[in-house]
Design a protein around this ligand. Sequence first.
Ligand code: NDP
Length: 567
Amino acid sequence: MRNEQAYYDEIKKKFAEEREIRVNFRPEGTAQFTSEFTGELEKYAVDPYAEERVEREPITDTVECLFIGGGFSALLTSARLRERGVESIRIVERGADVGGTWYWNRYPGVACDVVSYDYLPLLDEMNYVPKNHYSRGDEILEHCQAIANKYDLYDLAVFQTTVTSTTWLASEQMWELKTDRGDVMKARFVICANGTLSKPKLAKIEGINDFKGNSFHTSRWDYDFTGQDLSNLKDKVVGIIGTGATAVQAVPGLGESAKELYVFQRTPSSIDIRNDWPTDPDWAAKLKPGWQQKRRERNLQGPQLTEEQKKKQASRTKEEKLRHQENNNIDYMMRIHDRIEKTVDDPQTAEALKPWYMFMCKRPCFHNDYLPTFNRPNVHLIDTHGEGITKITEKGPEFKGKEYELDLLIFATGFEVQKTGIYNQIIGKNNLDLEDKYSDGIRTLLGIHTEGFPNLFIMGGYQASFQFNLTDMLQTQGDHIADCIAYAREHDHNTIEPTAASEEWWVQEVISHRGKTKRNEECTPGYYNFEGESNRRQDGNYNGGFLQYFNHMAEVRSKMQNSFIFD
Ligand code: NDP
């Protein structure tokens, strides 16, 4: 039975039915969310980690390189710029320290499930071996701080500051940046390092402001309320909306600590085993200098096939290859279903926790304690089967006429995907707003450069390659950007800007690799597929593969004078 195609087709049919249910409840796609936290929603944006707001005079000076955002992108690119002799580097960051994602996300259980030896940047340079196979959030944040110290990035850094506009001054060949602190800074080169998922979003839910208990977004955890060890929750009824990668990590701790925990689920995540272990000191001691770079090079090449596997691949038609891959993905998802059945005692809860979509339609999760948490008597799964929570009263969320009375409501509803500058209006040559330039579709060279915006570099944005280990992608971009800046400096050029032709080449390259499969249309909605909207042409990742992306970057750099206009 298992090998018969009919078995797989039947499951695919069920995937499609479940997708239909979810889309029909929320046909408005990304418009169902808001990340504009004004008015009563303002409290969801407040930084609970900053001890106090540091008052300072507005800054009006000029630097050579300015990073908007102080996370991995800024840190790893700055290191490369320092290696190339750049002295004047400023980070402008909304948080009160560097770290980006790892500054904001401090919810209980926060960790990364990309292997730490690949995920943490600059391990060779920092001479550091992570403590575990998968690092916890606090270790990653400390690593970010150590990088900023080693490369003297704190000297010029400005924290608790949001860049609100970035405008090209043609007469001076400089960028002028204004902030919410009244700064008017100038910079020769600007790197948008504001991250891919950095602006928290909330579902637009009727009555959200009526709730009388405490509430916050997972990226703004209120430890004053919960206690550092969550012990304040022992007499509290807690609810959490959302079951994505964040909730999967937060729920076990909440389940252990809260008097009662209600998990409001719209679509379940797929949860696989998390095979973690402490780093073996003997292994670490034997690592030779440059070990992380070697791993990066291996990862770049992707999985190596045996001769036999290559032959088998070559003998399949395109349709057969696709079906083979789909069937493998279905096998993976059915293994996830088996795992749920074996772990979760109550059959109805187990059934509700089963994800019915193709592997990688949503971000796969890895956790050993999430599923067993639902065996606790104080933990209740409220499965809304694709509908989601649409109403909140002063007591708490309401579903199917039942009100859930809570002391604390946590929104694990994710983040807006970066398209252009977040919080920041970017105005290039001839007063062109980047938003307007992109209104008919994103146009970049490599997802990094865009015509009409000289000396501006975008990291982690659309039209760049997708990598499960985002650091690999960011490091590749950081290396490229540092090379471009070094080239301009060495050749006494004030500006570097992609040519119209090189930009058009890349847009076509992106388009040619999109739409090869129907994944976007067939997948259940989520931020991977713009919540089910599928009309975006070139507005997405470059799908030609990471190695190809890397090679294209090298190609662009090998013919600098053709790819760019210098002034
Ligand atoms: P996600 O966007 O992945 O999840 C948001 C969740 O909120 C979804 O479950 C969504 O349901 C749910 N939701 C939204 N609106 C409603 C509603 N009205 N009612 C009920 N549920 C609702 O955000 P996360 O913060 O979980 O994760 C973001 C990303 O951050 C991850 O995908 C991952 O890339 C990264 N991350 C990585 C981690 C790691 O390394 N382990 C840990 C944490 C985050 P639906 O699915 O139906 O839309």
